[in-house]
Structure formats: C-alpha cells, structure tokens
Design a protein around this ligand. Structure first.
Ligand code: DGT
Ligand code: CA
Ligand code: CA
Length: 570
C-alpha cells in the first residue's frame, strides 16, 4: 500500500464529511493528516509496524485507527458509511470555483445532481434558481466556474507532472540501452501546467526501453507500443509519450520536442531565410540535403546562427532576436538564491518550530531565513502579544544557532488597505510582507487601491502572492497588475513570485512585466514545513521564464545587502 493511497483515503473522507455536514474540525483533522502523510519520506506501513503512527504530528487516535483499518482492508468503516449517504463522484463538483460542500449536498439532495454535465444542464434550464439561496448571479458564477474547470481538465500542475516525470526517468535510466534521457515539452520549459509529458531517449536499441515503459506499475492504459514511439495513460488520464531516437539526432529531437510550437515555427522560418531546414532529425542545407547539425542542441542553434537558448525562454517572446544578437539574459538560478524570505512556523499554521525552519535553511546552504508568520484576522494568525513572544524566540534562536534569522510577518491587508497588526510590532520586525487573504471579491479599483495603499506604507517591504490565484483551483482576484507594478517601482516595494507550486504568483508574464518596468521581485516559498523550502526551484523557474537575472531578485542579495535594502525602505 502506497502512502499516496492513504492520502487519497483521508482526503476523500474529509470531502465527504464536509458534504455530509459533519463537524468541520473533524474534516480539517483529516486534511491535516493527509498533508502530514504526503510529507512522510518513509512508507507508512513501516510506521504502523513500529507502532509509531501516533508520533506523527497531526495524526490523532481515531485517524490512526482509520489508517490501520485501511491498510488491512483497503477501505474504512467510516468511509463506507459516508459513501452510503453521498456518492464519491460528488467530489468532482467541489473542484468548481464557487461551489462548496453545502451546495454540493443540496444539489444532490434536491436534484440528484452528481456530475458537472448535470450541473451545467440544471443551471442552463433554470432549475437551479428555484433552490434556496441560488440567485441569478450565483448561477452565472457557477456557469463561469464550469467553463474554467473545463479549460483545466487534463492539464496537470507542473509539480505533479515533474514527480511523474522523475519517477519514469529514474526507472528507465537504469536500462543499459538508454544513452541519454530527457523529459522535453512544456515540462522542460517549466510551464506552470503540463498537458502531456514528452520524454526522449537516445538509444541504438529501443525495444527493451519501450517494453519497460509500457509495463511501469503506474501505467493505467497503453495507447501505443512501437519501436520509436509509445504512449500510455497514467492516473487521471495523464498521457506520457516516449520517443526513441538515434544518438546522432538527439539534439535535434530535444530541440523539436521541447518546443514551444510557436518557438519552433519562428526558428524554422529563421532557418529557411538562411537556406536551412530544421526538423526532429537535424538541420539540413536546403539545396544539397547535407546534414549540418543534430547531435547536440547547441549545434542546432549554432547552425542557425544563434546561441543556445534556455528552454524557459522558448515561447517566441523575443528570445530568437536576443539570441541572434547574443544578448540573452544571464538567468537567475537556484544557486543564486541566498536565503529563504517567506516561511511559516508552528506559531501560525506551519508545522515546524522556528529552530527547525532555520536548520532547514542552514542545511540548504542559505545565509539567512526570514520567519514570516500570519497575522489575524485569520483564525491561525498570531495575536499581537504572542507576536512579541515570537520575536523574542526568533532572536534567541538566531543567537543560539549563530545563523541570521530575520523576524518577519506576513501581515493581512484589510479591505481598506490598512494592516492587521499593531504598528509598534511592525516597527520591531526586520521584514514585513503584506498580502490579501480574505474579502477577495471586490471591485477591481477598490482591490487595486487596497493593495497600493499597503505599498505606500513605509513599513511594508514585499507584497506576497499579489493576484491570489491558485493554479487550476481559483482564478486571480480582480486587480490591475500594471498599477501594482507602477507602484512597486515608485515605492521600491518588492512583488513576490510565490514559489508554492499551487500558487506561482506572480506568474511568468506578470513577473516579466514587473522586471521590465524595473520593479524588484522576491522569491518566497511560503514554506509551512522544512521540506517546502525546496519549492524554491519552482519560483526560480517562474523568474527564469520572466527573463530575470540575479539582480532582479531581492533574495539573491547577501545578508548584509539585504539588511541594508530592508532598512532603506523605512
Ligand atoms: P503541453 O503538452 O500542452 O503542455 O505543451 P507542449 O509544449 O509539451 O506541447 P505538445 O506536447 O503538444 O508537443 C511537444 C512539442 O512538440 C511542442 O512543444 C513542440 C513540438 N510540436 C508539436 N506540434 C508541433 C508543430 O505542429 N510544429 C512544430 N514545429 N513543433 C511542434
Ligand atoms: Ca507535452
Ligand atoms: Ca505531446
């Protein structure tokens, strides 16, 4: 039994409990347990055997009993009971923006709606407006939510696609026939969502590789199984294509299948002007058919008169012109990041102590970490008196470890643009991040003013997740990003690229606009656990897709430079 199956059981239990209207704290406990188990590095069965399950933070007695039962029977009594009241397929409805568990229950109780299609039908035929609390506006929102949901169907968030890709690559690269292996396509470009996975291998004997690929344990269905190309469906109908090429063509194939399509078309047109044709086998002289490149990707670009272009830039957004003139940016890398600048501890909704988070930063070779816990009004926000104690703990821990820990906060921006924390505390803090966490449905100008007002406050250093979107889950709130960027440049406040993989906010295009306007950006993981510090690679990927160089990113600064920058805001 895999940990992921236990996580799925806990999440299903939590969803169905909420739909059934059970105690919300119980449902939340199941979600916390699911999170705790996804973060485990060892098989849960080992913990159960060693009777250590109750030692895992976030797993209480009754959930531990469910897990033990699940490991023995493959299901739980609790889940079976819940399923008799509400079918599990109702959970899909929860994925639609604007539909909560109570609405799902009502739709099922009153209209027996169990699918998105049935919901859409009921919304369009006017049946929904007859239900209590369902005005015309609410129904319109539901229809919009359905449209958004349809657009995302089948595209996986990058971090999930990367895990799948890494597992496949690790399994296949053990075969001696594999000379090179590369996950290409949108994944290699670090696009925020991935439609399907395109993996390439260089080999002189592809059959054993293809055979192993189609029989990997995660494969649900084999769509094609040939010597040069195989395709399979994994969980959630996620498609993975594997292509085998001769080593002499590997560079050309890598270039072609990395894309993007728009980049490839522009590249091919440029090549044609120079009397060359490009395809997945190589670069050829049009007149003679002579092959001039193909073994390496560098060679392909060079043959067309360009320097090699990092995959993150290959979107036909000016990278070909820049490469032609030899002026590609020196993109920021994970190694350039000197410290974590946005993370949480147990004082608010994190799962680790200040000391544990600081040690995680030290282990990663960072020069510093900033602890930035939540303020009220969120239920888990740290109240002013406790914040004073938190600051003392941060100072003491920093001293004890001999490691710079910045005392910070992620303070909530109230609807009127004021900050939800006593000013004397904000003044004591080294770093103040401000963000919108509630009242997100506002007129666009009111929301824009709410945030720019916070930026005008000299105590504020950074605006975190400036648009509030959650990938595939929640669209950005309505806000004028251009105005935020102008204000950032004017005030010197940094805009965050939140590296939490469900957020990636700012996104690549907004971050590029900010960079071009000369605004400062920061990369914060918003870590709630030590291992979340590794999300930095996703934030760096967004920054790279935004053409950012180290100087554009606040936390590429050394500790001394950062402190100076933070003080200069005050
Ligand atoms: P995705 O899967 O929707 O997230 O995005 P990609 O970029 O991975 O696109 P995909 O899987 O359809 O194709 C993989 C790569 O193959 C794509 O990035 C570029 C190349 N490609 C696909 N179709 C064409 C085409 O019509 N012309 C050219 N030049 N290249 C193409
Ligand atoms: Ca793809
Ligand atoms: Ca594909």
């Amino acid at each position: 039994m895999k940990n992921s199956e236990v996580v799925a059981m806990l999440e299903e239990t939590a969803d169905l409990m909420e739909i059934a209207g059970e105690n919300p704290f119980k449902a939340r406990a199941y979600r916390r347990a699911a999170e705790a188990i996804s973060a485990l590095r060892e098989p849960i069965e080992d913990l159960v055997k060693a009777k250590k399950l109750n030692k895992v933070e976030g797993i209480g007695e009754s959930i531990a009993r469910d897990i033990t039962e699940f490991l023995q029977r493959g299901t739980t009594t609790r889940l079976e009971q819940l399923r008799t009241k509400y079918p599990s397929q109702l959970r899909t409805l929860l994925e639609i923006q604007g539909i909560g568990p109570r609405t799902v229950a009502m739709l099922y109780d009153r209209l027996k709606i169990t699918s998105v299609d049935q919901l859409e039908e009921a919304a369009k035929s006017g049946k929904l407006t007859k239900l209590p609390g369902m005005g015309e506006q609410k129904v319109k929102n539901i229809l919009e939510g359905i449209q958004l949901w349809r657009q995302h169907q089948g595209r996986l968030p990058l971090y999930i696609a990367i895990e799948i890709a890494e597992r496949i690559v690790n399994a296949l690269k053990e075969l001696p026939e594999v000379e090179q292996i590369l996950p290409a396509g949108s994944l290699r470009r670090w696009k925020e969502t991935v439609g399907d996975l395109d993996i390439l291998v260089a080999t002189r004997n592809s059959q054993p590789i293809m055979d192993k690929f189609v029989s990997l344990p995660e494969v649900q269905k084999v769509l094609a199984h040939g010597p040069t190309k195989s395709s399979v469906l994994m969980e959630n109908n996620f498609q993975v294509d594997l292509r085998a090429v001769e080593p002499e063509s590997f560079g050309a194939a890598a270039q072609y299948f990395t894309g993007s399509k728009a980049h490839n078309i522009a590249l091919r047109n440029l090549a044609l002007k120079r009397g060359l044709t490009v395809n997945e086998y190589g670069v050829f002289r049009e007149e003679t058919g002579e092959k001039v490149a193909g073994e390496t990707e560098e060679g392909v670009y060079e043959a067309i008169g360009l320097i090699w272009i990092p995959p993150e830039l290959r979107e036909d957004r000016g990278e070909l012109e820049a490469a032609m003139n030899g002026i590609l940016p020196r993109l920021v890398t994970v190694e350039d990041i000197c410290g974590e600048i946005h993370c949480h501890s147990k004082w608010s909704d994190g799962f680790a102590t200040v000391e544990e988070m600081a040690k995680a930063a030290m282990e990663r070779g960072y020069e510093y970490v900033a602890i930035t816990d939540h303020s009220p009004p969120m239920g888990w926000g740290v109240k002013p008196d406790d914040y004073r104690r938190l600051i003392r703990e941060i100072r003491a821990t920093s001293e004890k470890l001999g490691f710079p820990i910045l005392a910070g906060i992620e303070v909530d921006i109230a609807p009127d643009g004021s900050l939800h924390m006593d000013e004397d505390i904000l003044r004591q803090l080294d770093i103040v991040i401000a963000a919108v966490h509630s009242s997100m449905k506002m007129d666009i100008d009111v929301m824009t003013r709410r945030i720019t007002k916070a930026m005008e406050n000299p105590l504020v250093h950074i605006i975190s997740h400036p648009t509030g979107r959650l990938i595939n889950q929640r669209p950005p709130y309505e806000v004028r990003v251009d105005t935020l960027i102008d204000k950032a440049r004017e005030t010197g406040v940094a805009l965050e690229i939140n590296a939490s993989p469900e957020r990636l906010d700012l996104n690549d295009e907004n971050a590029r606009a900010a960079k071009e306007a000369g605004a400062m950006l920061s990369i914060g993981t918003d870590a709630h656990r030590p291992e979340h510090l590794d999300y930095v690679r996703f934030g760096v990927a967004v920054a790279r897709r935004a053409w950012c160089e180290p100087k554009d990113i606040l936390n590429t600064k050394s500790y001394e430079q950062l402190v100076e920058w933070l003080k200069s805001r005050r």
